[in-house]
Design a protein around this ligand. Sequence first.
Ligand code: C2E
Ligand code: CA
Ligand code: CA
Ligand code: CA
Length: 280
Amino acid sequence: AKGGGRNRFSYFTPTLQVAALNRMRLTNDLRGALKGGQLALYFQPIVHLRTGRIHKAEALIRWNHPQRGMVSPLEFIPLAEASGLIIEIGSWVLRESVQWVRRWRSEHHPEFQVSVNQSPLEFQREDGSYQAWLGELQALDLPGQSVVVEITEGLLLDANSAVSNKLLQLRDAGIQVALDDFGTGYSSLSYLKKFDIDYLKIDRSFTRNLAPESSDMALSDAIIVMAHKLGLRVIAEGVETAEQRELLLAAGCDYGQGYLFARPMPADQFDALLKAQAHE
Ligand code: C2E
Ligand code: CA
Ligand code: CA
Ligand code: CA
């Protein structure tokens, strides 16, 4: 039966079969990756545009697969979500982020913040792990403001009570919330009024096409004005050129993140970068 099965594979759309098999293998490997120390947290600076100083960092997960090398989170986060592994991975990201932000606050910048991504699945879960994590923050004497949680628009659009409760819990703990990839999804603006959001992250598809008089410039201008009127700060993603930075600055954008400033880097490198900034 085994041999027949193998032959049958080539009968049907072989690329789909291979893709499915590949996903299964990768999911299996991911199970071991956490315990095997193959996951790493990288950090990318979020720069205050007016002063050029690094105020925050976004934590971005990396997987160094023993055979395949670096696997993109765009590839393995969906697998982690589908398999439920995202819960364990998410806890690891939170704990790791807290350790680093604690150090950076005490050594370099007392108001430094680390911004962490949350998958909808993770965010919607009601269990003790979040409470435990909030407890860890307190135990380390870290104020909630040390952390920003990045969520996506879709989560707010069909917000159930679990989502609303989680947002309230975060606010009570002083943790801030950023709306990631803003402008790419459903872009219903009513939820900005309804929920307590602190930052809008303008998606890099807007930043990429910024040019004077362009429609993406008009949109970004409008988003920034609106956000400020609602009391939100704005972070532009994917800033790659000095021209984009200047246009964003002129539009009143508060923060920028992108290859122009730095690519995501290992924590010890980021640590050195902050150290250098402190001596400027
Ligand atoms: P995201 O949250 O939108 O993160 C920003 C992505 O843009 C990152 O990709 C970053 O490396 C990339 N980027 C930053 N600056 C530039 C630039 O100037 N140009 C270009 N072309 N790209 C830039 P990355 O690290 O591959 O992460 C991809 C996605 O994976 C993230 O998108 C996020 O949705 C997810 N992700 C990453 N880490 C985590 C995590 O710890 N937990 C969860 N749930 N998701 C994560
Ligand atoms: Ca993000
Ligand atoms: Ca984003
Ligand atoms: Ca707030």
